[in-house]
Design a binder for this molecule. Structure first.
Ligand code: SF4
Length: 83
């Protein structure tokens, strides 16, 4: 069950640097880092370590199984970014 980033994300890129599997994008250096409304987690690369949620001071990151009901749509939004 991967982790999911929601719209509380402020794109400080702290989680991107923390992820050992490079599952979070865009990174600060990517061409769409300025235009993307948030960063996203690639469910196929996430190993469920939880480090991104731990370092996020904005409360933007949840285990998919713990997503609040009003944030449920972000599981698909995170997946869709990598299609
Ligand atoms: S839970 Fe771990 S592997 Fe998954 S996106 Fe967060 S830091 Fe990366």
């Amino acid at each position: 069950m991967p982790y999911v980033i929601t719209d509380a994300c402020v794109k400080d890129f702290v989680c991107v640097a923390e992820c050992a599997t490079s599952a979070i994008a865009p990174s600060f250096d990517d061409s769409d880092s300025g235009t993307a409304s948030q960063v996203y987690i690639n469910a196929d690369e996430c190993i469920d370590c939880g480090n991104c949620a731990t370092v996020c001071v904005h409360g933007a990151v949840f285990a998919e199984s713990d997503l609040p009901a009003d944030k449920a749509g972000f599981a698909e939004k995170n997946r869709a970014y990598f299609l």
